[in-house]
Design a protein around this ligand. Structure first.
Ligand code: ADP
Length: 481
């Protein structure tokens, strides 16, 4: 079976968040299920460098404002189609915004082009490559389902995956013709979304199957509180909506062989983590105290992640004698808040506001507990890395955080099955209580080691999720056969 995956990011070539991790890791896991995935990605400069020597398998004279080519080849173990369209994808700044972080004015055309190419490849544009399924990820690929469906005639099955419902790709209705959509599509039963055009909405409406990245998030997004204005549509599509947890790449995230970790370790030698803790404390200017409970954070700094609550809860953390090591970038007000905390508590709060893979790995390997106080979290990857690296996750009970961590409540601790600490509702006081509860557990080394060992043995790989995606693909291929 053949699948065309369409994503605007792919690890390790271009990444702003978890979407890239999933798009990069799922093809390898699906290969073990006998499913060949080729990924279509935009030709950003990093992709163009990686695709030197690729073959041009199709040329467009004019794809949304300029010439373009579909390049085909393999890089870093990934089978790729790279959409080489310099007028759309070679820009200064980020993947979606300018250097100042403002959305690019032609994002609609840029990602419509990606979806257009996906739909055409889905329908056989590239000789010798006819996919059974097109799998579109997030709003950037959201027009692939309507382009495939509206063209009529035979087509592959279409899966739409929501990695984060808060990014929806909403654009003015006046772009309809420019986006090569027929006037009839501008309807509630179509691409129309609050008077404009909704890329994610369109994908969700036209896809054969919808998935999101955890069972709890699949339920939350069907409620008015969690549905971000798409809950009504998602309720009507509930029979084709599934929640499939993400995994992590167990080669990239392997504490026993991680080149970014000073003292590699495994579940059998967790004490070697002390060396990593000392290295992390030194790296972020924290006191070299092995007995202080060291909390880590690796996160985008945004409202979603609830880290403003952590700033408010810091006096409790410091008062209990704990330390904080934070790596994050994003909203300037949050950066300022954590910078002020680091100034106010030298040796106790250490921060870095860059994007730094090596430090992310060191925090996982050297912190005692990893804090993820998200207001909502579709799946979350950092708590999965933390489980594998023996850092006890302390998380809000929402979305994928609810599905992946077993709270150290009294019964779970007595039964010896806990893997972390959960709290809910997501507010400052419950976060403070969770920090205090974690501190109490830390003082009981037997319970703590048990929790850590349980986490390190948890199955956080892609095997189980890949089997679920394979089932969905096979179901679609059967229906269209
Ligand atoms: P989201 O996709 O919402 O940002 P996830 O937990 O799903 O959150 O994925 C975040 C990914 O990005 C993880 O792999 C995490 O290690 C990584 N990450 C986040 N912030 C940073 C940072 N400042 N430096 C390095 N890696 C980061």
């Amino acid at each position: 079976m053949r699948v065309l995956s369409v994503a605007s990011e792919i690890f390790p070539l271009v990444k702003t968040g978890g979407l890239a991790d999933v798009a990069g890791a799922l093809p390898g896991a699906l290969a073990r299920e006998g499913i060949a995935v080729r990924s279509l990605v935009p030709g950003y400069p990093a992709l163009l460098s990686a695709s030197e020597g690729f073959e041009a398998v199709y040329s467009y004279d004019n794809l949304f404002g300029g010439p373009a080519q579909v390049l085909s080849g393999t890089a870093v173990g990934l089978d790729l189609f790279v959409l080489n369209a310099p007028h759309l994808f070679v820009r200064p700044g980020g993947l979606y915004g300018d250097a100042g972080g403002r959305d690019l004015p032609d994002n609609a055309q840029r990602f419509a082009a990606l979806a257009w190419a996906a739909a055409e490849i889905g329908r056989g544009l590239v000789p010798g490559f006819a996919p059974d399924v097109v799998h579109a990820h997030d709003w950037q690929a959201g027009l692939a389902p309507p382009y495939l469906r509206l063209a009529g005639g035979p087509r592959p099955g279409v899966v739409m995956t929501i990695h984060n419902l808060s990014h929806q790709g909403a654009f003015p209705a006046g772009l309809l013709a420019a986006l090569r959509l027929p006037p009839s599509a501008l309807a509630v039963e179509g691409v129309e979304y609050y008077g404009g055009i909704g890329f994610l909405k369109a994908g969700l409406y036209y896809a054969d199957r919808i998935t999101t990245v955890s069972p709890t998030y699949a339920a939350e997004i069907q409620t008015p509180e969690g549905g971000m204005s798409l809950d009504g549509l998602l309720r009507t599509r509930a029979s084709v909506l599934s929640g499939i947890l993400n995994g992590i790449d167990e080669t990239v995230w392997n504490p026993a062989s991680d080149p970014l970790v000073p003292a590699p370790f495994s579940a059998r030698q967790p004490r070697r983590r002390r060396l990593n803790k000392a290295a992390l404390q030194e790296r972020l200017g924290l006191d070299g105290d092995p007995t202080a409970l060291l909390f880590g954070v690796v996160s985008r700094l945004s409202w979603q992640k609830g880290l403003d609550l952590l700033i408010e809860a810091l006096p409790v953390l410091i008062g209990a004698g704990a330390q904080l090591a934070l790596l994050g970038s994003g909203e300037p007000t949050l950066e300022r808040g954590f910078a002020a905390a680091a100034d106010a508590h030298p040796g106790r709060v250490g921060v870095d506001f860059g994007y730094d893979e090596a430090l992310a790995h060191l925090i996982q390997a050297g912190s005692d507990a990893l804090l993820v106080p998200s207001r909502f979290e579709p799946c979350g990857l950092t708590q999965l890395c933390a489980l594998r690296y023996g850092s006890v996750p302390v998380v809000s009970r929402v979305g994928g955080l609810a599905d992946t961590i077993i709270d150290a409540n009294e019964m779970a601790t007595a039964a010896g099955v806990a893997t972390g600490v959960q709290f809910n509702p997501v507010d400052r006081d419950m976060l403070k209580a969770a920090i205090n509860r974690t501190q109490t557990l830390w003082r009981n080394p037997k319970d703590w080691s048990r929790m850590q060992a349980n986490g390190m043995r948890s199955d956080v790989g892609w095997g189980r999720p890949a089997r679920r995606y394979a089932e969905i693909y096979r179901g679609l291929a059967q229906n269209s056969a």
